[in-house]
Design a protein around this ligand. Structure first.
Ligand code: BEZ
Ligand code: FE
Length: 288
């Protein structure tokens, strides 16, 4: 039997982990071992650096719970989340591209009809987002559900505000018979990702901007279609080209056009100026 030395360690560890009962687990872990060892060799990792990394991982775990996903945040700022989204959502060119989910989605948002104001009672510039939901062949998807969520004007999501006990800046809109939808909300602002944990600590030791550009999140999960998780970004917003989680895509940047007080896109009337964005969501049918 061969004992361990620097030259054979990677191969021995790989062989050992190849015994995982599930073949996919074996593939994942043997590749992980190979790349971790290669990393340590390439940078000649010191014991102090290894210990600091273990402390950082432990702190990241301590910071994480069902509301605060510090490991996901780490994956986001390292670009891994966006890479995994890209690898798994290679839609055809006609379909709306996907981007990162982020840690702030809450399941079970209340149902909302055309024009429902998901920002009722909150200060901010009114924003209407209207358009259609169709498949890549242009066929409208009546009744399609658009699960929408966003941060408030201070950059906080409901899940970051323990005192909020009812749905706030989130709702599940339903497209009408002709596939049209209308979201009413307030204009989002760019915001900082949470900086009070180990991810923020690491970022603050770099020149990286810790901000995300103004955006609204959407999730559409229609039977017979690939699930779409995406955002719409405000054209001209700050941080579009430095998004800390690498989530911005050209096709998702839309103008938020200023409109005077008067008729509003929900068929009503507003007595103050508002913003209007239009966007047609196109879902890729699942292969039959
Ligand atoms: C978000 O857009 O909600 C988000 C995404 C990744 C990290 C932090 C926030
Ligand atoms: Fe967000």
């Amino acid at each position: 039997m061969a004992f361990v030395n620097e030259d054979n360690l990677t191969e021995l560890a790989g062989q050992r982990w190849a015994s995982a009962h599930d073949p996919r687990l074996a593939e994942l872990i043997t590749a992980l071992v190979r790349h971790l060892h290669e990393f340590a060799r390439e940078v000649r990792l010191t014991e102090d650096e290894w210990a600091a990394a273990m402390d950082w991982l432990a702190a990241t775990g301590r910071m994480s719970d069902e509301k605060r996903q510090e490991f996901i945040l780490a994956s986001d700022v390292l670009g891994l989340s966006t890479l995994v989204v890209q690898l798994n959502n290679r839609f055809t060119a006609k379909a709306t591209p996907a981007t990162v989910l982020g840690p702030f989605h809450i399941d079970g948002s209340p149902p909302a009809e055309f024009g429902f104001d998901m920002a009722a009672g909150l200060d901010g510039t009114p924003l209407f987002i209207t358009g259609t939901v169709t498949d890549t062949g242009g066929t409208p998807l009546p009744g399609a559900v658009l699960d929408v969520w966003q941060a408030d004007t201070d950059g906080y999501y409901e899940s970051q505000l323990p005192e909020v006990d009812e749905a706030r800046l989130r709702a599940k809109y339903r497209a009408r018979e002709d596939g049209t939808y209308c979201v009413r909300t307030i204009a989002p602002k760019g915001y900082s990702i949470p900086m009070d944990g180990p991810v923020g600590d690491l970022l603050s030791r770099t020149g990286i901007s810790h901000f995300r550009p103004a955006h609204v999140h959407f999730m559409l999960d229609e039977p017979g279609h690939r699930k779409l998780i995406t955002h719409l970004f405000q054209e001209g917003a700050d941080y579009l080209d430095t998004d800390v989680v690498f989530g911005t895509k050209d096709a998702l940047v839309v103008p938020f056009t200023e409109r005077p007080a008067g008729p509003s896109p929900d068929g009503g009337h507003l007595d103050r100026p508002f913003l209007h964005a239009t966007f047609d969501f196109v879902l890729e049918p699942t292969p039959s």
